[in-house]
Design a protein around this ligand. Structure first.
Ligand code: GLY
Length: 623
């Protein structure tokens, strides 16, 4: 086994695949292009259109073979963080072959060859410690006999090749539907001392982490489709993609742990400097509070990378993910008795570890520290109060001798009064031997949301018009709202369908529209957008609405704002004579002007970035 730093491992991986004709593609932002997905969770995400056969890799990269080290973030396993193998943020090494036929691309055999060559010849890992898993078939997709045969031909004995079903050996899609395929994983046997000692202990053992999955080779040749259009109906089928692809993923933390002969990624050079740093200022030792040190280091690193990509704590979507992990670090810092500003030196250490690969950690260091400071100020005191309230509640409950259950309403009251995330309340309860009625909590939360939504709807279609007292100003806000619909369609005309609404804010002065797009707009593009909107204003088109089912609305091509949860019946506003021939269609509850001719002259006054992959336009209407 070679003795390599994580930096060298990253470099060697990319070098290896570059020498094999792959193009090195830099890591994409943690904010994915596809607005229906919150965070980048796999290396393949930036290549989806190529894997689907909709874009040509040869045109954009000069080759069908790609490789990358991608920043990833997964929340599904957040409760496992602290064990040897799970992280929220991690880096994934990967290689791709896009589209295999007789002339180009590679598939199973070459992918397996490449993986073995890198692990055995370059990294000098002991092949006798490899166990392989393959797809045993399921959902009308056949067993992967071919991979079993190839692995045996490459010298892996049959006893070390294990078959699993959809849950373990079928990868993807990222969302509900999309590209996916059977996969074959390489697991590394770390030895009995890491195991549960059961005689039938094997890869994917539910009791221990003796076998650590290091590399996942996905043979991506399927698409998962929604078979029926009924809302919430879970019926899917799998069809073959127009092309066969290879998509692989290898977590650098696990690989580094194996190569540096450490129990987990936390003891490797990716994490250890942070843990040592925290230990120096804590009254506790890593040995005594391993799980807490690990969660703290994981969440600190995760938060730093999220903020580095432009995410700020909020109560919505990815902002809420950041808020949750930030608040968890604040809470665990208290458990370890860390002093105020404990995070500053660790954030600096993270820049040292990662800054030469991910420059944003260096360039945004001060900003990152400020976000931590602000969140600590906001939440730190509330947490102290929340905790004391919580302990009083538990004391009362213990005295009463009743069952150790916190009701949904009690949980909701803690959550809403002190902004303590519910999973944190749940965790605190569990530590104290209590349970929380999560169903009851969700009911209370829904009830609360219903009441606030009804309030917001009463307020003039959610445009904030209740704040505007003057009738003339109200009309201005409504006009800007209609202009926002025209703007969104014009942007899609000029920049393409990847433009999706990411946010909108209107006051009597201007509209502000955030949308997904990864480049600065050129002056020509801005001019073109303005021209289109003004042309549509000149055409004096009618603005009309139709009520219909949500699914029907989507089918009609109406744009929906992905952050919104829509009811079954929705209103579609369209601009034009009929729904079919309209220029713009959007699901929308707000108020609109009757004809576009009333809008006046549309002007874009500012175009700027609003986070990674998101642009912001401010525009006005002049009469
Ligand atoms: N896309 C392969 C993986 O994430 O494992």
């Amino acid at each position: 086994m070679t003795d390599l730093s994580s930096q060298q491992i990253r470099g060697q991986f990319l070098d290896f695949f570059e020498k094999k004709g792959h193009k090195i593609v830099p890591s994409f932002s943690l904010i994915p292009l596809d607005p229906s997905v919150l965070l980048t969770s796999a290396g393949m995400q930036q290549f989806v259109l190529y894997l689907e056969g909709k874009k040509d890799p040869l045109k954009d990269f000069g080759t069908w073979y790609l490789t990358s080290c991608q920043k990833c973030f997964r929340t599904a396993d957040i409760n496992e963080v602290g064990d040897d193998i799970h992280h929220t943020f991690f880096e994934m090494l990967g290689n791709w072959s896009i589209g295999e036929d007789s002339n180009k691309g590679y598939f199973k055999e070459e992918a397996i060859d490449l993986a073995l060559e890198f692990l055995v010849d370059t990294l000098e890992l002991d092949k006798d410690k490899f166990w392989i898993t393959v797809f045993k078939g399921g959902n009308n997709i056949p067993k992967d006999e071919e991979s079993i045969k190839i692995w045996q031909e490459k010298g892996i004995p049959k006893e070390r090749i294990k078959e699993f079903g959809m849950e373990d050996n079928f990868w993807g899609p990222i969302g509900e539907v999309g590209v996916c395929g059977p996969c074959s994983e390489i697991h590394y046997d770390r030895g009995k001392e890491f195991g549960c000692q059961k005689p039938d202990c094997r890869p994917n053992c539910k009791k221990c982490n003796r076998f650590i999955e290091i590399w996942n080779l996905v043979f991506m040749e399927y698409n998962k489709n929604a078979k029926c259009q009924m809302p919430n109906a879970k019926c899917y089928n799998y069809t073959l993609l127009p092309q066969r692809n290879v998509d692989t993923g290898m977590g650098i933390e696990r690989l580094t742990a194996v190569l540096q002969n450490k129990p987990s990624g936390y003891e490797t050079d990716l994490f250890w400097p942070i843990i040592k740093n925290i230990q120096k200022i804590s009254s506790k030792k890593y040995k005594e509070e391993k799980r807490i040190f690990r969660i703290l280091a994981d969440h600190l690193r995760g938060s730093v990378f999220l903020i580095g990509d432009g995410i700020l704590p909020s109560n919505l979507d990815r902002g809420y993910i950041l808020r949750r992990i930030l608040r968890r670090t604040i809470r665990y810092a208290k458990v370890l008795n860390l002093p105020e500003n404990w995070y500053v030196s660790s954030i600096k250490k993270l820049s040292e570890i990662y800054g030469s690969t991910y420059f944003e950690l260096r360039t945004k260091e001060t900003e990152i520290i400020t976000v931590f400071q602000n969140e600590e100020e906001k939440f730190g005191r509330a947490l102290d109060k929340g905790l004391s309230q919580f302990d009083k509640l538990l004391k009362r409950k213990r005295k009463s001798g009743k069952r150790k259950i916190i009701s949904g309403l009690e949980g909701f009251s803690l959550y809403s009064s002190f902004s303590v995330p519910i999973d944190l309340i749940q965790e605190l309860a569990k530590e104290r031997g209590f349970e929380i009625d999560i169903k009851g909590f969700e009911k209370a939360l829904k009830e609360h949301q219903k009441i606030s939504r009804a309030g917001a709807e009463k307020k003039f279609g959610g445009l904030g018009l209740e704040k505007v007292k003057d009738k003339r100003q109200k009309v201005k806000v409504i006009k800007l709202h209609t202009a926002t619909h025209l703007l969104q369609q014009a942007l899609r005309d000029v920049l393409g369908d990847q433009v999706k609404q990411m946010g909108s804010d209107i006051n009597e002065e201007r509209l502000r529209f955030d949308f997904s797009y990864d480049k600065k707009l050129t002056p020509e593009q801005i001019k073109k957008v303005e021209e289109i909107v003004n042309q549509k204003i000149k055409e004096n088109l009618p603005v009309k609405k139709n009520e219909m089912d949500y699914q029907q609305a989507l089918k009609s091509g109406a744009l929906a704002f992905f952050k919104e949860r829509y009811p079954e019946k929705v209103t579609v506003y369209f601009i034009g004579d009929s729904l079919e021939k309209s220029y713009s269609k959007e699901i929308c509850a707000g108020h609109h002007i009757n004809r576009t001719g009333e809008l006046g002259q549309f002007k874009i006054v500012k175009e700027e970035s609003s986070g990674a992959g998101v642009r912001r336009i401010k525009a006005t209407l002049e009469s």
